[in-house]
Write a protein that binds this ligand. Structure first.
Ligand SMILES: Nc1nc2c(ncn2[C@@H]2O[C@H](COP(=O)(O)OP(=O)(O)OP(=O)(O)O)[C@@H](O)[C@H]2O)c(=O)[nH]1
Ligand SMILES: [Mg+2]
Length: 486
């Protein structure tokens, strides 16, 4: 990694805006900028964090009027000399200024390179660097809060404490390596094993936040599922607040899956509207249904929508009819249902159940839609949310049910402080399995050398999370204070 060159980039999004910001970072940052800037002061003599008005110019004349802010390393975002140029937010203007900076000796920055430098220069650990991206991508208040906690170093701090406990234990075990005659006594073995147990417990707690981390970063994958014409697309539109999907009384309206994110009390919920499930000869519709099944397999939560104004299992019948709305009205009056139909209904329910189970899904909320048309007695005792896309009845209850579902998976407001990512999870799981191996080694009275290898493996895995591998330094520090009592 080369830190001795100077990088430059347009830091704001591409497009037109009132202003845009370019950043230049590296040992030559101030020098590079001084070659293209003239204004109320010379960059070399500007004070740290002070802004100066001036012009960026080239041989043809003035390119733009700008504000220049100088940050002197190490007190900058990257830890190096850093200059921010605030210019007008035009696409051509920003490109021209960037190309002037490159001509003046800077190199075009790679994606994420400013933050990478901040990490390499010790301004932040890896979890904080990752949090910058989480913060930029956050779509809800909770996701933003979790990103901010991580950016503030909460996760890194938690891990540092665990590393410390583990290091002390490792130091204890390594002390025995220096004295080969000395075996670890059973008492000491138990004590060390208990410590490892506690550390494993702390790591397990962190790993348990991976689920919420995934939800906060990528949203709760929520598939809207059900027979044709029950109001799935209507539900998507209602929750979204605008008419995203086509709604019509014709069954089989939705062919493709439609995905949009909504915010349910701070939880990002990715709603996926799907094609209603029915047997069809139509190739496009069959493809739609195949996609529905694919989505079900990846769902965190299924909103199973039924037309609760009609008898159970009747949706399928209606789906075959081309003129469903008239039929739906007819069905309402048709309280008498043959035994035959009832059995079919049971079968179709079983099928659904099976599909969800085979896709590994049990988590669903039953949405009893169309209750504005009356609740059919078949659904009277069903544990679902009574809902109407027409009157909006049940919207709060549905939000509550989604919230309860997320909370039931072990979340609480407090937990949102830490929400680890898939990468963190993989590292921490490796650490846990190394610790388990070390504990097994202690129980079998293995050589301290072997146990120490496992513990170092665990420390490395935790180090991977924060991007720091200073086991030797830290051990040296501990040993320097260590009294072996010999
Ligand atoms: N009365 C009443 N009608 C509704 C309600 N929700 C949806 N509808 C109507 O039911 C019909 C079907 O709605 P859609 O939202 O297209 O149903 P869908 O489940 O997406 O249907 P497919 O995409 O064909 O599978 C439309 O005519 C809607 O206006 C409701 O709560 N009450
Ligand atoms: Mg639809």
């Amino acid at each position: 990694m080369l830190l001795d060159d100077t990088i430059a980039a347009i830091s704001t999004a591409v497009g037109e805006g009132a202003i845009a910001v370019l950043r230049v970072s590296g040992p030559g940052a101030i020098n590079v900028v001084s070659r293209v800037f003239r204004g109320s002061a010379v960059p070399e003599r500007m004070q740290h964090r002070q802004s100066h008005f001036g012009e960026i110019y080239d041989v043809t004349g003035v390119i733009d009027q700008v504000l220049l802010t100088i940050f002197r390393g190490p007190h900058s975002y990257t830890g190096e000399d850093l200059v921010e140029i605030s210019c007008h937010g035009g696409i051509l203007v920003t490109r021209k200024i960037l190309s002037l900076l490159l001509d003046a000796g800077a190199r075009s920055a790679e994606p994420g390179e400013f933050t990478q430098r901040a990490f390499l220069n010790g301004k932040m650990d890896l979890t904080q660097a990752e949090a910058v991206m989480d913060l930029i991508r956050a779509q809800t208040e909770l996701a933003l809060r979790a990103a901010n906690e991580q950016l503030a170093g909460y996760l890194g701090h938690e891990l540092a404490q665990i590393q410390d406990r583990l290091l002390t234990t490792l130091a204890h075990i390594e002390a025995y390596i220096d004295f080969p005659d000395e075996a670890i006594s059973p008492d000491t073995g138990t004590m060390l094993s208990n410590r490892l147990e506690e550390i494993t417990g702390s790591l397990t707690k962190l790993v348990a936040t991976a689920g919420q981390g995934r939800i906060l970063r990528h949203g709760l994958r929520t598939v809207i599922y059900g027979e044709p014409n029950v109001g799935k697309s209507s539900l998507l539109n209602l929750l979204l607040g605008y008419d995203r999907a086509i709604v019509s009384e014709t069954p089989g309206t939705t062919r493709d899956t439609i995905e949009e994110t909504i915010n349910v009390r701070g939880i990002p919920v990715r709603l996926i509207d799907t094609a209603g499930k029915r047997s069809s000869e139509d190739a496009i519709e069959r493809e739609g249904i195949r996609r529905t099944e694919l989505q079900l397999g990846q769902a965190d939560l299924v909103l199973q929508v039924v037309d609760a104004s009609a008898p159970r299992g009747n949706e399928r019948e209606r789906a075959r009819s081309s003129d469903s709305s008239d039929e739906a009205a007819g069905v309402l009056n048709d309280r008498a249902k043959s035994e035959n139909e009832r059995q079919r209904s049971v079968r179709s329910d079983n099928e659904r159940e099976h599909l969800m189970a085979s896709a590994g899904r049990e988590d669903r909320i039953l949405v009893l839609n169309k209750v504005d048309l009356g609740l059919h007695s078949d659904w009277a005792t069903s544990p679902g949310v009574r809902f109407s896309c027409r009157t909006r009845e049940g919207q709060e209850a549905l939000n509550q049910a989604i919230w309860d579902f997320v909370m039931a998976s072990g979340l609480s407001g407090e937990n949102f402080r830490i929400a680890i990512s898939a990468r963190h999870q993989a590292c921490l799981q490796k650490a846990i399995s190394d610790l388990e191996a070390a504990k097994a080694g202690l129980a079998k009275n293995e050589l301290p050398e072997l146990i120490s290898i496992e513990l170092r493996g665990a420390l490395d895995a935790i180090g991977d999370v924060v991007g720091r591998h200073d086991t030797e330094d830290l051990l040296g520090r501990i040993f320097s204070e260590f009294c072996i009592g010999k």
